[in-house]
Design a protein around this ligand. Structure first.
Ligand code: ZN
Length: 463
């Protein structure tokens, strides 16, 4: 499983580079080179796509060439030291905040008094914030050769910290918020058993797979729709801090090929600063209703969502969709609305009914837990309960019903009657098309590549 040539290069740099401190520092400068070469890569892509469209180029050869080019540019040759990053030397001692800790306990552990604590909290600008501790935070202390406390660092996350240092009889403080480097990368995956496993084997984080499901939640039912051989293509950000990957950022663009049908989504920030996902025509991906109102990532590899219990093979008409899912799987409100029932009956077990506007009602049955009360307002994708087997159910599953004007309907087949998703206004379209231009090309390249790439066993296709 690989995630794109640029990412591969990072990996190879990691593996080869870190022999000495100076090498680490010099690596910081590589970002300039890497960003530059990414730009060059994009330009080459654009030029190359033009050629492909004219049918003059063998795409496979071109991809190989392009990879070579990027590799050549990427060789790090810089050896300057970057002195802007202060190193914490041995005079610092670090304590991890644990459940039940407070500042006084941590100061005592570090060998400092309540008086020291008082001085820091009362005299520094950010003193009050120091006492807001959560497990996973760290507090580091520095003392001088007489054992006097001279510095404190409160690290709240990889990106946020506050430093305190002694100036005479009081402390000064400064908050530091780091912005991670965002590197665009791209990946393809072919579905063998589930989208979740395909995403995992392609190196996507759980959060990215969830986000992908959220983006397509109005047009794809990730429990019932995916088929073996379907493909996903993703252009997304990876976040780096001082050469270290700290996570994935936003999905920039995504394509899902489901049983020969293509769905694409592009991230776009409109002129009011609102961010949303739209298809290539500028129609919002956010629909009035989710197709499958539950968290599909909870389905494990050996859990077959289509395996239903015999109880459902009865002759009485079945008026909903049954989603077999592990007990405890979060159930979502499929659209914005108000809870009109949250109760229990012998047949339904614990159940919830939501009214959406005048016309629509959704029902969720056999829940293990209910997390909303009657009368409560809910928004789409809000967790309203968990999958269970209460009432007339022999195994854990969600029974979901969708009613329009009081009549049971299949939400998948009455699309045209459902409220229309918002489209971008005409005045945004030019900026939108410009904004998605390169991502569109990248998705196209990924698609072409997967077509010509040999199928491998993991289900993830390399780019
Ligand atoms: Zn049912």
């Amino acid at each position: 499983m690989r995630a794109g040539p640029i990412f591969d290069l990072f990996l190879s740099h990691f593996n080869s580079g870190f022999e000495s401190v100076s090498a680490i520092l010099s690596n910081l400068r590589r970002w300039h080179v890497i960003l530059l070469s990414f730009g060059i890569g994009l330009l080459s892509f654009a030029a190359w796509m033009t050629l492909i469209e004219e049918g003059t180029v063998d795409p496979y050869l071109e991809i190989t060439e392009l990879r070579k080019e990027i590799e050549q540019i990427e060789k790090p040759t810089l050896s300057e030291k970057d002195s802007s990053i202060p190193e914490k030397d041995s005079t610092w001692r670090t304590f991890k905040v644990r459940n039940g800790d407070n500042l006084s306990i941590i100061f005592a552990k570090a060998g400092f008094s309540d008086r020291d604590l008082y001085e820091v909290v009362k005299t520094s600008t950010h003193g009050e914030e120091l006492s807001k501790l959560y497990p996973s935070h760290t507090i580091s202390f520095q003392s001088d050769h007489n054992g006097i406390l001279i510095g404190i660092e409160h690290q709240r996350s990889l990106l946020e910290s506050t430093s305190y240092w002694r100036v005479g009889g009081s402390f000064e403080s400064k908050e530091l918020i780091l912005t991670p480097e965002k590197i665009i990368t791209w990946v393809s995956a072919r579905i063998e058993s589930s989208l979740f496993l395909a995403g995992q084997s392609a190196g996507l984080t759980h959060n990215s797979i969830m986000e992908l499901a959220n983006i397509f939640g109005g047009v794809i039912d990730f429990f019932l729709d995916p088929r073996k051989g379907d493909t996903i293509h993703l252009v997304y950000e990876q976040l780096f801090l001082s050469d270290k990957k700290i996570g994935d950022g936003d999905i920039v663009a995504a394509a899902f090929y489901n049983r020969g049908k293509e769905y694409t989504a592009f991230r776009y920030k409109n002129s009011d600063g609102d961010v949303g996902y739209y298809n290539a025509e500028g129609v919002s991906m956010r629909k009035a209703f989710l197709l499958a109102p539950l968290d599909f990532t909870r389905i494990s590899s050996n859990f077959n969502p289509r395996r239903l219990h015999p109880i459902y093979k009865t002759t009485r008409p079945h008026r909903g969709t049954d989603y077999a899912a592990p007990r405890g799987t979060p159930v979502y409100a499929s659209g914005d609305g108000r809870v009109i029932e949250s109760g229990y009956t012998k047949a339904n077990g614990k159940y919830i009914v939501i009214q959406h506007g005048q016309k629509y009602i959704t029902k969720y049955l056999h829940l293990n837990r209910r997390k909303v009360r009657r009368g409560q307002k809910v928004v789409q994708s809000q967790v309203i309960g968990t999958v269970g087997s209460t009432g007339a159910a022999t195994g854990p599953h969600l029974h979901y019903e969708f009613l329009m004007n009081g009549v049971h309907r299949n939400p998948r087949t009455i699309h045209k009657k459902l409220p229309k998703a918002k489209s971008l206004p005409q005045k945004e379209m030019q900026a939108f098309q410009r904004g998605i231009f390169s991502a569109k090309k990248q998705l196209l390249v990924l698609k072409e590549e997967l077509l010509i790439a040999p199928k491998n066993k993991t289900g993830a296709a390399a780019h």
